[in-house]
Design a protein around this ligand. Structure first.
Ligand SMILES: [Zn+2]
Length: 104
């Protein structure tokens, strides 16, 4: 019985700790977003979850490294590391599309 009490106490302490930490993070984030609002919205423009490809089809960089631009083509969302890579893809779209490495 004692062990159960201790376990639940630790669990409760952990929840309080997490809740306090979350509050601190929120305050810090609010300060951050006020200070550099523009750069923040730029950096979280596209996420890996928003695209269907695993790698930038032009340069071969994994989309996890950062997505600067996306393209909708043949009902697929394709992420690119840069606008230049997207432009190169568009120039030769049908052939480039066939070579895209999709997520598994
Ligand atoms: Zn690229």
């Amino acid at each position: 019985m004692k062990l159960i009490k201790i376990t639940s106490l630790v669990f409760f302490a952990a929840i309080v700790f997490i809740a306090c930490n979350n509050n601190k993070e929120n305050v810090a984030e609010k300060k951050d977003s006020a200070a550099m609002q523009s750069s923040k919205t730029d950096s979280i423009k596209y996420t890996v979850l928003m695209v269907d490809n695993a790698k930038d089809p032009t340069c071969g960089m994994p989309v996890g490294a950062g997505i600067e631009d996306t393209l909708h083509y043949n009902n697929k969302s394709i992420g690119f590391c840069s606008k230049e890579c997207k432009e190169d893809f568009v120039k030769n779209a049908p052939k480039s599309f066939a070579a895209v490495e999709w997520k598994k």
